[in-house]
Design a binder for this molecule. Structure first.
Ligand SMILES: NC(=O)c1ccc[n+]([C@@H]2O[C@H](COP(=O)([O-])OP(=O)(O)OC[C@H]3O[C@@H](n4cnc5c(N)ncnc54)[C@H](OP(=O)(O)O)[C@@H]3O)[C@@H](O)[C@H]2O)c1
Length: 245
């Protein structure tokens, strides 16, 4: 049994990955949380460690014998990346072999300012390894979860989906500058979780960038697909944003 620690392991995306990891029966999962476990938090194949993400010394003992740490603490809830930086320092001190920072979305952040702090962590990790490898890590990038396109209908176990800029039930979307709307990558939550579980099992060295992609389409193509699948065009037009927005 290889020990895998999941920071933010009580969260929605983490729970999907934990299910996929537990299903392999090859790992023991340690959930790292700020809270004491609640009644629904006892999952077979997992244990729980309550830690203080502002204090490295509280995290290091929980990482004893851990091979891989996956972080799911969202950067937009982690002011100045304080928790993630402390976690990385603890991972290094505990001698953990591999780390995945809280990416799990897109490498491009210029139109997604709330993902900006992910870039600062990429720099923190690159700096750590600049004079030789201190920590093996991978930026898992999967694009948007395809399941959001099915909102409001649920298609996941833990991740709550809501409408993004697409409303495929009504066959419409927000299109930038009246154009195609730009290309986006989509991966289903279940494909994503299974690929991450396979990457955890992989014995070779992780690449720094780990791209996962189900489909790449433009917003306009999605609207066309929705028209084909649901039949007919929406009488209300797509909302067209200027490209300067
Ligand atoms: N690709 C996509 O479409 C997509 C969609 C959603 C999310 N994501 C990505 O997936 C990752 C996880 O997102 P999520 O929505 O699953 O997260 P979440 O459920 O909002 O949070 C995960 C956990 O983080 C812990 N946490 C929150 N704030 C913290 C803080 N300041 N310090 C330490 N721990 C804190 C909480 O655990 P405790 O209270 O137990 O400590 C929480 O349960 C993020 O990197 C996000 O960008 C990607």
């Amino acid at each position: 049994m290889v020990k895998i620690a999941i920071a933010g392991g009580s969260g929605e995306v983490a729970r999907e990955v934990i299910d996929a990891l537990v299903a392999t029966k090859k790992h023991h999962i340690i959930v790292l949380s700020r809270q004491e476990p609640g009644p629904g938090d006892t999952i077979e194949g997992t244990s729980w460690a309550t830690v203080d993400f502002t204090n490295k010394d509280s995290i290091v003992p929980a990482l004893k014998g851990v091979h891989t740490v996956l972080n799911f603490v969202p950067v937009y809830r982690d002011s100045d990346n304080a928790a993630q930086r402390t976690l990385i320092d603890a991972v290094v001190e505990a001698g953990v072999g591999r780390f995945a920072p809280s990416e799990w979305a897109t490498l491009t952040t210029d139109t997604l300012p709330w993902y900006g702090p992910k870039v600062a962590i990429r720099e923190y990790l690159a700096e750590l390894n600049k004079d030789g490898k201190v920590l093996e890590y991978c930026l898992f990038s999967c694009g948007v979860f395809t399941n959001y396109l099915g909102a409001p209908y649920p298609s996941t176990t833990h991740v709550h989906t809501s409408n993004l800029q697409f409303d495929l039930a009504r066959r419409r979307a927000i299109l930038v500058d009246g154009g195609e709307g730009g290309q986006m990558s989509f991966t289903t939550v279940s494909d994503f979780a299974n690929v991450v579980a396979r990457a955890v099992k992989y014995e070779g060295e992780w690449p720094v960038v780990g791209g996962i992609r189900g489909d790449t389409v433009t917003a306009a193509q999605l609207v066309t697909m929705a028209e084909e699948i649901r039949g007919g065009q929406q009488s209300r037009p797509n909302y067209r944003l200027p490209s300067t927005y």
